[in-house]
Design a protein around this ligand. Sequence first.
Ligand SMILES: NC(=O)c1ccc[n+]([C@@H]2O[C@H](COP(=O)([O-])OP(=O)(O)OC[C@H]3O[C@@H](n4cnc5c(N)ncnc54)[C@H](O)[C@@H]3O)[C@@H](O)[C@H]2O)c1
Length: 330
Amino acid sequence: MYTKKSIIREFKKKYKTALVTGGAGFIGSHICEELVNNGITTISLDNYIAGKRNNIEHLYRSPHFKEVICDIRDKEELIKKLNGVDIIFHQAASKKTVSMANPQKDLDINAEGTLNLLELANQFKVKKFVHASTGSVYGEPVFSPQDESHPLNPVSFYGVSKLAGEKYVSFFNKVHHVNTTILRYYHVYGPRQEYNNFGGVVAIFIRNLLNGERPIIYGTGEQQRSFTYVKDVVLANLLVAVNPKARGETYNCASGIKISIQQLNDLVIDAFGKKGKVKPIYKDWVYGDIKKFDINNSKIVSIGATFTTDFKKQLLKTIKIMIKYIKNGE
Ligand SMILES: NC(=O)c1ccc[n+]([C@@H]2O[C@H](COP(=O)([O-])OP(=O)(O)OC[C@H]3O[C@@H](n4cnc5c(N)ncnc54)[C@H](O)[C@@H]3O)[C@@H](O)[C@H]2O)c1
């Protein structure tokens, strides 16, 4: 049975220096924070295409934290950054979930960038490679709840490129014996989530209510999401780094809860005390938007992961923090 304390203890025994790609982004910054707070030398690597300095500024004063500005597509530059790294948490991605806009960029960053990192992880004998993937690799569900054996038929360029990234990860595990684990994330929410229109729906709805805007719901609002708290995702990353069972495995990294977009809208409106006063705007479905996320997380739970399932409670805490974050223009 793993606890947070035992995970950290094991982690510190195994690894001295961690590299977090996309370290200035939403999830990456939380991974950096957890590592630094526990005295692990941590390097955030980001090209700031979407990352924010404010997300990691509070870590600058720590002697355990280092930041490098680098693009994962630039292998020559990457080589200079990887020497001495024990573990890589690969979070960097081109990420507009249902975007049809720039498939080449998705491919270059999510597939080729991942390949670059894997080649160097192999060359530098990095002890562990934890790869952030997405539930978008499955596409429309053919059975529910979806476990890891579900067919992989992504319906967005993002999903296709993330699946290509996964395939490279598995290849390096099988052929070069790199110790890898793939985590498929779902609708991660929490402090520092991007709240512009390319951000996550939780943060966007909070921004809407804060700024007196009406939330936009695409489709009927009945579409379900498996909202997963960011700190649970961070701990799952550390868990698979220490649990030997996770070697070469792929996991759904999701809370398993099912909340509709309409429910989320109602909860956020309620939290702002605007029940009955704000009505969402309903717009057409967006192509590639998956209607139902009903996720089986038992595989990762069986190796020791835990997830917050009291969504309302965690949402209220998140709203409080996000109000400050958005007001400060962070
Ligand atoms: N947030 C979610 O709900 C969610 C769901 C499923 C999967 N994911 C995956 O989790 C990971 C992190 O997502 P996030 O929500 O924190 O996104 P984010 O956009 O906040 O963070 C991604 C970071 O990667 C950086 N980046 C992008 N391209 C880069 C490049 N070429 N070189 C170096 N850095 C680069 C960005 O500047 C950004 O800081 C991604 O791999 C994403 O695909 C996230």
